[in-house]
Ligand binder design. Structure first.
Ligand SMILES: Cc1cc2nc3c(=O)[nH]c(=O)nc-3n(C[C@H](O)[C@H](O)[C@H](O)COP(=O)(O)OP(=O)(O)OC[C@H]3O[C@@H](n4cnc5c(N)ncnc54)[C@H](O)[C@@H]3O)c2cc1C
Ligand code: FES
Ligand code: FES
Length: 1391
């Protein structure tokens, strides 16, 4: 029997699903059995016929999803499991966050039965990278499969929700599944296992702490006692020793959840592995298979011979095992591989054999498996034999996330031949042997620098495959180390990666053999051969070190324009890492009794291997007074109302709305040039591609093509000119996402390029500014400078930030068919703005457009105005085609198009007295605004309003410039200019302290405002609590003891330094555009007593709806359970302000209070008549009495209105205050840092909900930590964004939480400006992460002092590893001087 299996000969076979929800049409009953033919013969037929251009048919793919059997007869080799789950099975609990294995939102668990070990294997994987064809005989478990709100929650789901570990919830299913997979393998894990399980998961909202805390309850460490387990309160608070408990306050609460409420974990109750699948696997194994799709054929041989034969016949075929590399190439590099060979189940490729020389791993062994084998081996081998294994294990610790390691093969890593592979340097330094094979035989080669022949090229012939790799035992006198330096420790690609192996003549310190292998220093992994040769026969001592460093500096050079940038840093790292190796080996030689110099005690920490510390934390808040009704939840740590649904995958996000019957998908055509005229657009190729329905361009817009949130200075679709890379030019609409996205790539655009302006400095040089230039001035600047004893000038650049909400922008537009009506489901913070701009583009009145927002998977300001870019285009397409159209941006598109936080450059001149008192300040801010104004003027104004932070400066002038550049327009981002304004303030106050040689905290304290003082914009500070926060923070953090300990530590350690900083914040609350300070609410009471609440705010994870229900509950006097918020929509509450400026609880809370009070008043007579009656009785009585049980409420913030011209009027309703103290440790040799501790004291008034407020404090702090220490957007000099996904843009991960984190809400801090004496909290805490930045700066200053450098120095934000290392000037940096600026074109520029 021959079943020809050919790429490219079948039409699209996507199953269209009904609007009611996707149906798993291919589920068949458990009792069905699979009839399978002789795969060997089928495959022969397949290959014999491939290329003949005829034939049809694929094998059946059999797998199980959540216990149900699926037989897929049309498995598409290019389809991922994620698409299959979401689009074919309607299982939308599994989320798409990045499609590149970098965020973990798509995590599911796979289970296989392994006949040879008779064991079940459960492992977490990224569904976004798993080809559906690879799942034959696999059981897939998704978040829906383990529990649901309706059925029964799984403890993993319950605990993350109840521990407040789910805010927007978009990451939650993935985190749940990572934890679930861990528990399936190990029901009693350690905290270290939990932390490892989350290496591949990101969360942008929570700051991770509550997730870890919730899951700590599963661990052997016993978890948190929930505040009940010890006499003195929380076990963790007492355990970590950081928090000094305040004994005089009996109402001080330290627990946000009660672990006693949790259902126990019962491993015997888990979903069983499908028995049918077990017998199928036992009966036949996966066998050989063939699946074909539109463009590719998937061939899965089950024997080595077949594999070799197929590779012989298809030398261009792509071998795929884990697909973690190939999947990226197909998705992001537009690669098409017509023939895919999947050898994952061939026994020889999975074999692990011990030989005399080492351990041989089949090339398809996964990294997790390899790690497990090596760990076991290390335990049994004599230590001297295990050096290479330990080096491999060290690299594996920081290799991707667990989901990747569970599928990625060792052969895949070797054969990808990436210059930044983490394993290849070890394999090369260790001289591993590779067995290569083709049909005619095998050869064994040693991995050395001849193995890689060029960028991603090896010596393998096209017909050859890698069969195995032998990792050798080390010799008695051999020492091996491996190093990886990346921007973030967890799940990150290397900047430089290295492995070094030295062998000594026995009994001596004379070098017999030396191999130093580096990744990240050339197009391939390289050996520093010249240096190694020079050092042969030399003794391991200071002289050798010096020679090695100067030789490495010569040999490991990089072109200043090298891709990846960071050239000076990378070069320095080659030396620094060698130095670490040098110290390590010295120690080991001494341990072996060889006579070498002793490592100085202050250098020991340089050779230490980093081991993460399980974070400990405490949260402190004032409990509600005893005796208050339990129904009144205001002030209590109530769980986010959607948390359970979010944890089970039942929460519906915009792209989870089931597909409409006739729905189409849209993909955007965007500019690849930063500044150009569009000469022509050719869509002919795109339009002839499968599934394409039409293209949309500017002339399809029936209304106006001009758009923008305040000024209409942008186009919906560019017509003649483009002004940034990512500028939206048009769109392709097709039947599926895949077809639309493929077609977009076929649209040809010709440009006439113009000179772009990319950086702030270029804009300043060209005087390219938007108007107006803003100034706030107070006092007498000239007199102030005259009065000053010292005048200091400085500057600082603060980089931008990508929002990285886990859910990218998405819109579904549904034409209603009558009167131009259109309904839009949008993930937006601004329903009304979307409504008005869509109406404008469609040329219809706003009353025809309804915008509905159920929830967002995070917003952070990124969905305040820029969402309308996508929504209007989708609406235009839906209007043109009169069919529903949907688009969810891919992560790379979202990052490219939608802008982020404004980069700022600040220049200052500050005058101060000998005491440190600042008396004059002249500061200029330049923001990189991008190609339109968007909200940038308001952002700049807020920077100016925060230019003095909490410091009283009598004579001050701040000026702000909006730099017009050819970058995508920058926009709102949590803090909205405030962090930029305050960051520069903290720079000059640090400079003042450093120039006087005085402790920075003293200078800060000296300059703090006091109650009643006035800001530069003439607002008097009332109920000012920064001084209280400051004192409490000093005491809770044990500041003085820490400072003393740091000084001692720094004296004792040359290459690691610690630093400490305490930083205050004062954040103005109100929209600075006065008219936005209004809100509406609509409250319906139904006759059964249930209440439907609607207000103008949107839910993006910040818990707004939860707080609003709490407010309504208190005013109506009923439990929260009777109140429901369904969504935000423009046809219920009109003309809403964006959910932004931290003020949504204040504004909407007051509007809800207003509406509820009206209803309470209406019900009053019925309550009086029947005082013993129930709420339902009163409601019914009122209804029968024909009383209106619906009311709307309204609120506007009183007495606002600042005028820049006169510097008068109130800019803000009030201020939220806080103080944070952080301690860090830096590694001066690599620039890596550890966040040792942070203590935050935050004044949020009377908290409406301490769990939500502390969640906001911690989430904002971690986002700020990313901003100030980690997140870097790289742009090319031509304005192309180079960092477009989690692979290259690093937000904080679990491991970035400070080892000790204390958050305390200031007690007894009522105020009278917002609902129930609460305060806004969303944005203010973000800036407190500057304490980490300035602690780093403090540590760098200590390092510089070792080289005799003192006084102020410039440190730009973020304090990345590169900046930290470069600032720690020392003997190594001197050997690698930077290239002269202007003599080369850098890979990226500081924008
Ligand atoms: C999120 C993420 C994080 C990552 N982090 C890291 C990291 O920290 N460090 C690092 O070094 N890499 C990292 N990678 C890269 C990647 O995971 C590894 O290179 C991985 O080992 C590839 O294995 P695979 O089985 O998935 O390869 P696949 O994608 O299946 O294949 C990769 C290549 O190898 C070839 N190949 C595979 N097996 C054979 C064989 N037997 N014979 C011939 N050719 C073969 C394939 O044809 C293909 O060209 C990361 C990737 C992702 C997506
Ligand atoms: S969507 Fe799969 S890892 Fe991000
Ligand atoms: S809750 Fe984790 S990304 Fe929002």
């Amino acid at each position: 029997m021959s079943r020809p299996c050919l790429p490219g000969s079948t039409p699209s076979r996507r199953t269209r699903l009904s609007a009611q929800g996707a149906q798993p049409g291919s589920f068949i009953s458990w009792s069905d059995t699979m009839q399978r033919g002789d795969k060997m013969r089928e495959l022969s037929g397949t290959t014999a016929d491939t290329g003949s251009g005829s034939g049809s048919g694929s094998d059946e793919l059999v797998f199980f999803v959540n216990g149900k059997k699926i037989v897929e007869r049309n498995a598409d080799p290019e389809m991922t499991l994620l698409v299959y789950l979401r689009r074919k099975l309607g299982l939308t609990g599994t989320k798409l966050g990045c499609a590149e294995g970098g965020c973990g939102a798509c995590t599911v668990m796979l289970s296989r039965y392994q006949p040879h070990t008779q064991q079940l294997l459960h492992y977490a994987v990224n569904a976004c990278l798993a080809p559906v064809c690879s799942l034959h005989l696999v059981a897939v478990t998704t978040v829906e499969g383990i529990g649901s709100v309706a059925r029964k929650l799984h403890p993993v789901q319950e605990r993350i929700a109840k521990a407040h570990g789910s805010q927007c919830g978009f990451c939650t299913p993935g985190i749940v599944m990572s934890m679930y997979a861990l528990l399936r393998n190990n029901p009693t894990p350690k905290m270290a296992d939990v932390e490892e399980a989350f290496h591949g998961n990101l969360c942008r909202c929570t700051g991770y702490r509550p997730i870890l805390e919730g899951y700590k309850t599963f661990t052997v460490e016993g978890g948190c006692c929930g505040g009940r387990g010890r006499e003195n309160g929380c076990c963790m608070a007492n355990g970590n020793g950081a928090e000094k408990s305040s004994e005089e306050h009996s109402d001080e609460a330290k627990s946000l959840f009660n672990a006693a409420d949790f259902e126990p974990l019962d491993p015997t109750q888990e979903v069983i592995f499908p028995p049918e699948l077990m017998s199928l696997t036992k009966g036949q194994g996966p066998g050989s298979l063939c699946f074909r799709g539109d463009r590719a054929v998937w061939l899965q041989p089950d024997s080595l011979d077949d594999f070799l034969r197929l590779k012989w016949e298809h030398p261009d075929a792509r071998v795929v095992v884990g697909n973690t590399e190939v999947g990226i190439e197909v998705k992001f590099k537009n690669m098409v591989y017509p023939v895919i060979l999947a050898p994952a189940f061939i026994p020889e490729l999975n074999r692990v054999t011990r030989t005399q020389d080492g351990v041989v791993f089949g090339a398809a062994c996964t990294l997790s498996h390899m790690g497990a084998v090596l760990k076991k081996a290390v335990k049994t081998l004599p230590p001297h034999q295990a050096e290479v294994f330990l080096a491999v294990l060290e690299q594996l610790r920081w290799f991707a996330g667990l989901q990747i390691r569970n599928v990625a093969a060792v052969g895949g890593n070797v054969m990808t031949a990436s210059p930044i592979s983490d394993l290849n340097p070890v394999f090369m330094a260790a001289g591993c042997k590779l067995t290569l094979m083709d049909k005619d035989g095998s050869r064994v080669v040693r991995m050395d620098d001849s193995f890689f022949t060029g960028y991603r090229k090896t010596i393998l012939r096209p017909q050859e495959i890698l069969l195995s790799i032998e990792i050798p035992y080390s010799k008695k006198t051999q020492f091996v180390s491996a190093f990886k330096q990346s921007p973030r420790r967890e799940d990150d690609i290397s900047i430089v990666t290295a492995a070094m192996s030295v062998t000594f003549i026995p009994g001596t310190d004379v070098v017999e053999d030396l191999r130093m292998s580096y990744g990240g220093m050339a197009a391939t992994t390289v050996l520093a051969k010249k240096t190694a040769n020079r050092l042969l026969g030399r003794r391991w001592g200071e002289e050798l070190l010096q020679e090695a460093c100067s030789s490495l500096a010569e040999e490991m050079t990089l072109d200043p324009s090298a891709p990846g940038g960071m050239v000076t840093y990378r070069r320095t790292l080659t030396l620094s890492l060698f130095y670490k190796f040098y110290l390590t080996v010295l120690q080991k030689l001494r341990e072996q009794g060889v006579n070498v110099e002793e490592v100085a005690s202050d250098c020991l920490s340089a050779a230490e291997i980093y081991h993460p510390v399980t974070p400990s934390s405490v949260q402190i808040y004032q409990a509600v007074p005893e005796g208050r009704s339990q129904d009144d939840t205001v002030g209590r740590p109530m769980m986010h109302l959607s948390a359970l649904q979010q944890a089970t995958g039942e929460a519906v996000y915009c792209d989870d709305v089931p597909l409409y019957e006739n729905e189409l998908y849209l993909a955007l055509v965007t500019s690849s040039k930063a500044h150009a005229y569009i000469r022509s657009i050719d869509t002919s190729a795109a339009e002839s591609m499968p599934g394409v329905v039409c293209c949309v361009f500017a002339d399809d817009i029936p209304g106006s093509n001009s758009t923008g949130p305040i000024e209409y200075d942008e186009t919906v679709l560019a017509d003649r000119q483009v002004t940034c890379v990512g500028h939206i030019i048009g769109a392709v609409v097709a039947d599926t996402q895949l077809h639309a996205q493929r077609a977009v790539k076929a649209v040809r655009i010709e440009y006439e390029e113009l000179q772009p302006i990319v950086t702030i400095q270029e804009a300043i040089a060209a005087q390219s500014f938007y108007q107006p230039i803003r100034t706030i001035q107070n006092g007498n600047l000239e007199a102030g400078f005259q009065q000053a004893h010292h005048i200091l000038e400085g500057e600082m650049h603060m980089g931008g930030q990508e929002h990285f909400y886990l859910e990218t922008n998405v819109t579904l537009a549904v034409p209603r068919g009558e009167d131009g009506e259109m309904e839009l489901f949008v993930s937006t913070q601004s329903a009304s703005k979307t409504q008005s701009l869509v109406a404008k583009a469609l040329g219809v009145p706003a009353n025809r457009v309804v915008v509905r927002v159920k929830r967002m998977g995070g917003g952070f300001g990124g969905k305040e105005s820029r969402t309308t870019l996508l929504s209007t285009v989708v609406a235009v397409a839906a209007n043109k085609l009169k069919r529903p159209v949907r688009c969810m941006l891919d992560r790379d598109e979202d990052m490219l198009i939608t802008g982020g936080r404004h980069p700022f450059y600040g220049k200052y001149k500050v005058g101060f007295l000998n005491s440190g008192k600042v008396v004059a300040l002249d500061v200029s801010y330049y923001s990189n605004t991008g190609n339109s104004k968007d909200l940038s003027l308001s952002v700049l104004e807020r920077a100016l309003f925060h230019m003095e932070n909490t410091y009283s400066v009598a004579n001050v002038r701040g000026r702000g410039y909006l730099c017009r550049t050819n970058l995508p327009s920058n926009t709102a981002f949590r803090g909205f200019g405030g962090p930029q304004g305050m960051m520069i303030a903290e720079s000059w106050i640090t400079d003042v302290a450093q120039s006087l040689g005085r402790p920075a905290e003293e200078v800060r304290r000296l300059n703090l405002y006091v109650e009643g003082e006035s800001t530069p914009f003439n607002q008097i500070l009332e109920q000012f609590t920064v001084d209280r926060c400051w004192d409490e923070c000093l005491s809770r953090s044990g500041y003085r003891e820490r400072r003393a300990a740091i000084e001692l530590y720094n004296r004792q350690n040359r290459w690691t330094k610690r630093g400490l900083a305490i930083i205050p914040t004062k954040f103005g609350i109100s929209f600075t555009a006065t008219f936005l300070n209004q809100a509406g609410a609509l409250v319906h009471i139904y006759t059964d007593g249930s209440v439907l609440l609607t207000h103008g705010g949107t839910e993006m994870g910040q818990g707004l709806h939860t707080k609003m229900v709490q407010v309504a509950s208190r005013v109506l006097g009923i439990p929260c359970s009777k109140i429901h918020i369904s969504e935000t929509s423009t046809n219920t509450v009109p003309n809403t302000s964006p959910t932004a400026a931290s003020a949504s609880s204040d504004l909407n809370g007051a509007a809800i209070q207003n509406a509820c009070q009206i209803l309470v008043k209406r019900l009053e007579p019925y309550k009086t008549k029947n005082p013993k009656g129930s709420w339902e009785d009163w409601v019914k009585a009122a209804y029968f009495d024909r009383v209106n049980l619906s009311a709307n409420g309204f609120y506007k913030t009183p007495d606002l209105g600042y005028d820049f011209d006169t510097n008068s009027g109130r800019a803000f309703n009030y201020f939220t205050y806080g103080v944070a103290c952080s301690e860090v440790e830096i590694d001066c040799l690599t620039g890596a840092h550890k966040n040792l501790s942070t203590t935050i004291v935050m004044d949020v008034g009377h908290s409406l909900n301490p769990a939500i407020d502390i969640g906001q404090v911690e989430g904002a702090f971690m986002q700020g930590l990313g901003l100030f220490t980690l997140e870097e957007l790289h742009y090319s000099p031509r304005g192309v964004l180079l960092t477009r996904g989690p692979g290259s843009y690093k937000i904080p991960a679990f491991g970035d939480i400070p080892n000790q984190l204390t958050v305390s809400l200031l007690r007894d801090a009522p105020h009278d400006k917002a609902i129930f004496a609460s305060k806004a909290v969303g944005e203010p805490p973000l800036f407190l992460a500057a304490s980490v930045f300035y602690a780093i700066k403090d540590a760098i200053a200590a390092a510089r002092a070792e080289s005799g450098i003192s006084g102020p120095f410039r440190l730009d934000s973020p304090a990345s590893a590169e900046r930290i290392r470069n600032a720690c000037s020392d003997r190594f940096t001197k050997l690698c001087p930077p290239a002269e600026p202007g003599t080369f074109t850098p890979w990226s520029v500081q924008v």
